[in-house]
Write a protein that binds this ligand. Structure first.
Ligand code: NAD
Length: 284
């Protein structure tokens, strides 16, 4: 059975990308966030992203933004998620927030609905524990920007069923993506490595070993990476980086995950990276 109606919870950096991708691959999307102004901004960003895609990708026929947007219902009312066959959750990387979100989803959605958590570091088994449907809870760690990244990490929680894994693979294929299946662990594979790398790069900056652009140039020029760790941090969002490294620190009780004070200071100062217009670099 093809999944047609997908609930996307959280309309920030990732929720916007997931909703756009789903709508562009013909799905009906119910996009939920906590405030109308956030949803209005999401609508504008999706329209702009589609226009950019058309501009940079002239060989491919990109559908009109208004047709794609017509497949997305923007709402603050969770009750609409009752009709979703599949949920992709993309709320803030804070356990206190996600815990409440899953309790709400569990009460509203039919028992057969699968919950896919798009989290950076929170263990899927912990998320499943606050629901009554552990076999139907799984992780999909999407990469940013979602519509143009074709690979994701799929995370199997302790109780995730094979049937759930198969359905998720099907949904991902429908979205034009491929998944690499890994076992549950805080940060999974990608972010257990990436968050440490970014955090250490911020320490290098704090210790005045090199400028931000020189740190990034070393990774690009010497290792052939497309982006350096600090540019990547700006793309992800410094708040999300801090929350993720805090999850790793708390989960492993290992001091190697202690967040760099400069990272904390930048988040306190509202320097979140691209989404706020200023991070390690200035945007706009
Ligand atoms: P973000 O801060 O840009 O967006 C989070 C959104 O969640 C906000 O719009 C917020 O209003 C909304 N939200 C908060 N509480 C809510 C609730 N109760 N109900 C509905 N919506 C609520 O964060 P993001 O970067 O989009 O990250 C979302 C999730 O995806 C996080 O768990 C993050 O770790 C993960 N993730 C992020 C990236 C990345 O590159 N940014 C990559 C992969 C995964």
């Amino acid at each position: 059975m093809d999944i047609q109606v997908v609930g996307v919870v959280g309309a920030g950096v990732m929720g916007i990308g997931v909703a756009q991708n789903l709508a562009q691959t013909g799905h009906q999307v119910i996009l939920v966030d906590i405030a109308d102004r956030i949803l209005e901004k999401a609508k504008q960003e999706i329209a702009q992203n589609i226009r950019f895609q058309g501009f940079f990708n002239k060989s491919e026929k990109i559908e009109n933004p208004s047709e794609i947007l017509s497949r997305i219902k923007f709402t603050t009312d969770y009750q609409f998620l009752e009709s979703a066959e599949f949920i992709i959750e993309n709320t803030t990387e804070k356990w206190d927030i996600k815990k409440e979100v899953y309790a709400q989803l569990d009460a509203i959605c039919p028992q057969e609905t699968i919950f896919a958590a798009n989290t950076s570091a929170i263990p899927i088994t912990r998320i499943a524990s606050v629901t009554e449907r552990s076999p139907k809870v799984i992780g999909i760690h999407f990469m940013n920007p979602v519509p143009i990244k074709s690979m994701v990490e799929i995370i199997s929680g302790y109780h995730t069923s094979q049937e759930t894994i198969e359905t998720v693979k099907k949904v991902l294929t429908q979205m034009g993506k491929e998944g690499i299946l890994v076992n549950d662990s805080p940060g999974f594979v990608s972010n257990r490595v990436l968050m440490l790398t970014i955090n250490e790069a911020v320490f290098l900056l704090q210790d005045r070993v090199a400028s931000a652009s020189d740190v990034d140039r070393i990774f690009k020029g010497c290792f052939g990476h497309k982006m350096g760790p600090l540019e990547t941090a700006d793309l992800i969002g410094l708040d999300t980086i801090l929350f993720s490294i805090e999850v790793l620190y708390e989960s492993f009780n290992d001091s190697k995950y202690r967040p760099c004070p400069l990272l904390k200071k930048m988040v306190d100062a509202g320097l979140y990276g691209r989404k706020s217009g200023q991070g390690f670099y200035a945007y706009k």
